[in-house]
Design a protein around this ligand. Structure first.
Ligand code: G1P
Length: 291
């Protein structure tokens, strides 16, 4: 029996310099796609996979993220007084059970691997998901639930992967691939941000992982990798051969919301997918595209 997946780590310590000035006084993870902040997409996606314990790895200036998941008492009282039932219900539906979110601080920006290592007490001896809130996935089945299904079958590490153009391999963690069974590929090696000519494939990791707690042991070595940072990919690579490791060619489309074009595309794709907004957006977009 594999241990059930109940925990998720959300690294949210990044500065968001690519979105200045919007992110001068606001965490980048609070930027909304349509009407929901990026962080909320990540939490909702994890909850849809049965995850009920969260650890946000934060940094200075990130308190809005913690406030976002608290009860907004004054707001709720005012909405109740004014009989704004729909708005009130929306807030209550999304409320997190008490004690379900903890936070730790990454005091210095030493890389994604270091951020995950900061959550080591939270991880303990349990499997855990990682969701990078910059990466949004629009899919029929939430991406983390797709990974959880593979985890339940294999009992090992699973990362969401998608093909990228060769010239972009230096932006991602890239897989060396063994046997392939349908959408599931065996991972035989991992390299962080290789040059196109050195890349073992063009299958890239997107910001969704389900990992075994053993990864913490390798992160503790604090080895510096690409960009002189402690890379999660390098620690994961050290688990290959000891524990099962698979990549899942997930169903859905990933948007890189850490990039302006990706963020704008996400706004359009997510609003077109919404029954309440889609038809109107489709209609007005025609005017811009045909102009
Ligand atoms: C991180 C990971 C990388 C992964 C990417 C997905 O890179 O280090 O392996 O492919 O997220 O978005 P970053 O985007 O933080 O440079």
């Amino acid at each position: 029996m594999v241990k059930p997946l109940r925990k998720a780590v959300l690294p949210v310590a990044g500065l968001g310099t690519r979105f200045l000035p919007a992110t001068k006084a606001m965490p980048k993870e609070m930027l909304p796609v349509v009407d929901k902040p990026l962080i909320q997409y990540a939490v909702d996606e994890a909850r849809a996979a049965g995850i009920d314990q969260f650890c946000m790895v934060t940094g200075r200036g990130k308190t809005a993220l913690i406030d976002h998941f608290d009860i907004a008492f004054e707001l709720e009282a005012t909405l109740a007084e004014r009989s704004k039932r729909e708005a009130l219900e929306l807030l209550r539906e999304e409320a997190m059970p008490p004690g379900s979110i903890t936070t730790v601080r990454q005091q210095v920006p030493l890389g994604l691997g270091h951020a995950i290592w900061c959550a080591r007490s939270f991880i303990g001896d349990d499997p855990f998901a990682i969701l990078l809130p910059d990466d949004l996935v629009l899919s029929k089945t939430p991406c983390t639930a797709q990974l959880a299904k593979v985890y339940n079958e294999t009992g090992g590490n699973v990362v969401a992967v998608s093909e990228v153009p060769r010239e972009h391999t230096n932006r991602y963690g890239i897989l060396k691939v063994g046997e392939t069974h349908g959408d599931i590929v065996e991972v035989t090696g991992l390299v962080e941000k290789p040059k196109p000519e050195d890349a073992p494939s063009n299958l890239s990791i997107i910001g969704r992982y389900v990992l075994l707690p053993e990864v913490v042991k390798y992160l503790s070595q604090m080895e510096r990798g690409a960009g002189n940072e402690v890379q999660l990919t390098d620690a994961m690579a050290k688990m290959i051969g000891h524990t099962p490791f698979h990549g899942l060619k997930f169903e859905g489309k990933r948007f890189d919301c850490g990039d302006k074009i990706g963020f704008l595309e996400a706004q359009i794709a997510f609003s077109l997918a919404r029954p309440d907004l889609g038809p109107a957006v489709r209609e007005f977009l025609k005017n811009y595209v045909n102009a």
